[in-house]
Design a protein around this ligand. Structure first.
Ligand SMILES: [Zn+2]
Ligand SMILES: [Zn+2]
Length: 235
């Protein structure tokens, strides 16, 4: 009984998956669920899709070999599976302020070894989407990641030039068309390595368009740093 009341103490948050008490005050998942969600996986170096462990590190998936994306590399913390989706959904409804901190903490270990002069740029939202939602989750994650990694944050280096319908309702081909020309760099980025920060990578169409825009502005290298990677077609 004593143990049970301790576990239900309001000072300890409940795990969003199994409801067990979390060890840390700002945790979203308990230690076990965290370890399972963020377990190491062999991924395509370019697009971060999970690959057969036998493929080794630094290799590319078939899709990236056939049609190389404009970005050079993608770092992710975990897959965007049904469980992660429901956790994020619940937290977005509750507008949990600790969520971005938690996501940045999960992503930070995957951002080691990046160039010291790299700039962190969050995926920008259109002013209309920003008004609807009230905040840019990617910017919040990038702010925390900047503190954790020591890399400078430059949100003003990439602008959203027009509003586009939500990508989630479209096919891959339609997504690419929908997002084309939606971003602009107000200044040259000649020779600079760029790290593009986002919460979830789905088809990669938005990150592809951003990388094209950054490279056109002179960026030397574009690395995506994304917390969650969707692994199923059409997610
Ligand atoms: Zn749990
Ligand atoms: Zn790939």
């Amino acid at each position: 009984l004593v143990m049970n009341s301790f576990l239900r103490s309001p000072l300890k948050p409940r795990c969003a998956v199994c409801d067990y008490a979390c060890d840390l005050p700002n945790a979203v998942l308990c230690t076990d669920c965290h370890a399972l969600t963020f377990r190491a996986q062999t991924r395509c170096h370019t697009c971060a899709l999970p690959m057969d462990a036998m493929a080794g590190s630094g290799t590319r998936c078939g899709a990236c070999l056939r049609d190389a994306p404009a970005y050079d590399e993608t770092r992710v913390a975990a897959n965007f599976d049904a469980q992660v989706r429901s956790v994020l959904h619940r937290f977005k409804f509750n507008a949990q302020p600790g969520l971005a901190t938690w996501m940045a903490q999960a992503l930070a270990p995957h951002c080691q070894g990046l160039s010291d002069d790299a700039l962190l740029i969050p995926v920008p939202l259109s002013t209309q989407r920003l008004r609807e939602r009230g905040y840019n989750q990617s910017l919040q994650i990038a702010k925390h990641l900047s503190v954790l990694s020591g890399l400078p944050l430059r949100p003003q280096a990439l602008l959203r030039t027009r509003h586009t319908p939500a990508q989630s309702t479209l096919s891959l081909k339609a997504r690419r068309k929908n997002i084309k020309g939606a971003f602009a760099c107000p200044e040259r980025l000649d020779g600079l390595p760029i790290v593009v920060v986002d919460d979830v990578m789905t088809s990669g169409a938005t990150l592809q368009e951003i990388a094209l825009t950054l490279k056109k502005a002179g960026a030397a290298r574009v690395t995506n740093a994304v917390v969650f990677r969707a692994v199923l077609e059409g997610t």
